[in-house]
Design a binder for this molecule. Sequence first.
Ligand code: DQA
Length: 151
Amino acid sequence: MKVLVLHGPNLNLLGTRERAVYGTATLADINKGLETIANELSVSLTSVQSNSEAVLIEEIHKAGRAKTDGLLVNPAAFGHTSIALRDAILGVSLPFVEVHLSNIYAREEFRHKTYLSDIAIGVITGFGAESYFWGLRALVKTLSDRKESSP
Ligand code: DQA
């Protein structure tokens, strides 16, 4: 099974960025944790972080062509603004789980809506780095269950 992890804008600053909100784990720590879980679950994982909407969209298109099985996405602020990101995922028809480190519903109102939530398999928000780890497990379980039940 192949999974692409997408980290949106400013997540390269994790570890130093607003630590009271996002915790102390760096992006490298999160990717390392994801890699450990991926090995345990025999999943091939690629992780990409970008501050550019265009790069994220290109990565989604590439994943569609590469027959990636699913996406784990922390869209960061683009989740609240980008219809283009939504359209890109819809355009390649890839199943995905949306994750956020912070609980977006306990924060400013403009963070309560994302353009991805209603088309995601599910959303995990508020558990810090663990959001990603639960998110990967949930994605892989759902994809495996779907494979088993399809003829
Ligand atoms: C975030 C929440 C977003 O509202 C914010 O813009 C981010 C990070 C999170 O992981 O908690 O950059 O996606």
